[in-house]
Design a protein around this ligand. Sequence first.
Ligand code: SF4
Ligand code: SF4
Length: 585
Amino acid sequence: MKDLLSGNEAIARGAYEYGVKVATAYPGTPSTEILENVVNYKDDIYCEWSPNEKVAMEVAIGSAFAGARSLVAMKHVGLNVAADPFMTLSYTGIKGGLVIVSADDPSMHSSQNEQDNRHYARFAKVPMLEPSNSQEAKDMVGDALEISEEFDTPIILRTTTRISHAKTIVETGEREESEVPDEFKKDPDKFVMVPANAKKRHPVIEKRMENLKEFAEKTSLNKIEWNKKDIGIITGGVAYNYAKEVFPEASVLKLGLTHPLPEKKIKDFANKVEKLYVIEELDPFMEDQIKAMGINVIGKEKLPVTFEYNTKVLRDNLINEEKQSENEENLTEDLPQRPPALCSGCPHRSVFYTLNKLGVTVTGDIGCYALGVVPPLSAMDSVVCMGASIGNAHGVELALGEDAQGKVVGVIGDSTFMHSGITGLLDIVYNKGASTIIILDNRITAMTGHQENPTTGKTLMGEDTPKIDLAKLSEALGVNSVQVVDPYKLDETEKTIQEELNKDEISVVIARRACALLKSVEKKKPFKVDPEKCINCGQCLELGCPAISQGEGQAEIDDYLCTGCEVCVQVCPVDAIVKDGDSNE
Ligand code: SF4
Ligand code: SF4
């Protein structure tokens, strides 16, 4: 049967068709929809949102050690979190096939950096596959599981945003069940990486790489498409599509297995073409290795190492067809700019409004609340990575000493706190810091599209489960001062934050109010501005609510966008913001 699937949907389908038994992930764009689609096969595949990528990796490792085909998915920066178990997993190898999906994000559409995770394959000495479309994304799940089992290795399936989210036609099939042993087969020499065992495993890994290099020469995952021989192109992943479009007459060596590289095949190909390009997004991952083989190629001296490629980038840099490039650029140049903003009725808005008003230093975290940095809220001074806000706050206080007293706040979301904020808080308690930490608890993992997490009381499989109580957890970690506020109540929020800032000990404020976009949250009657009362002071505009704008001589509220949260009502000095029907109009 044929279906139109995104790369992420196709990977989920591949997990189903190729007998995956356990699939785990922490949501992160562009990988999130993989597990959101695996759950459609929950009768055959156990799946879970793990609290972070390291745990997701560890769960998948456990199931693979027991012999079950397993898949773990994460965005590129997630592999940093999971790198510790991942690097040792290369040593242990697997029993059941284990696929690690790394969804990279060139151009940083939704990420804090642009790292090229192909380096992880070399770093950990594991094979890597890169699909060029959704069909390959599905098929390569099967290829990856086979390679994983044949070579006793975890394997990376690397996608990029355009593969993850673009839809292409996929031929789907039936599920092939995989066998799982009845019991865990003990094999401590392989699975227990104490130094004596790890020393024996390292040479095994080197031999495995040699075997994989031989495999790379003959696998159909690496194929040559012969055409005219004046131009030859070595490419893989999404760049293959751009190369084919810009150089339809060229011969192409398309690499699906991009680590390890097939040296003989590359040399043969290079010898038969006149001019050879390596076309790959981001780092010169293949190019450097091919140059080290003594082959002359044109790559990053002409093509950029930053951001995504497209046909315009290739044309401008390799054949300079300016006219055609201009036409393509015109497709987007007239679109209006749409700067990101916290949603109308977002419960985080009032917290950032308050923090801005208090003039404190705010160390922030990854989540929609990172938008607290955008004017007019402008209340965020750092964002580094998942969970970093708490340690960052402690660090700022250590650096400033007494000068920091009452002036530093770390903010973190509920899901991010579960992901990796807990240990930061533990560190401050243990080291007797005095930071004020605000947990922005909007009852869901919001930024990636409303996934469940340990605080929500539901699993990915839709089952009820215990809800982790953030206040009790903070207390259990040793925080004496824990307060819960409703961020829609501005005075209460400010008073509580100020109170905690004044304390000479670690304190936690939980700003609890569900994400305004949750289906379960009822949208209240919208407010409007009474033109008779409005003095056009601009106070309400300082909230940055997308529903409020500057009208002619007064503020205006868009009743379609307004969720009726009442926060703006509390900042208006002349009570000009009223419920529809209560105005003088
Ligand atoms: S009540 Fe005010 S702050 Fe809340 S959504 Fe409506 S306009 Fe925005
Ligand atoms: S805060 Fe009140 S008075 Fe000031 S612009 Fe907004 S609606 Fe008008």
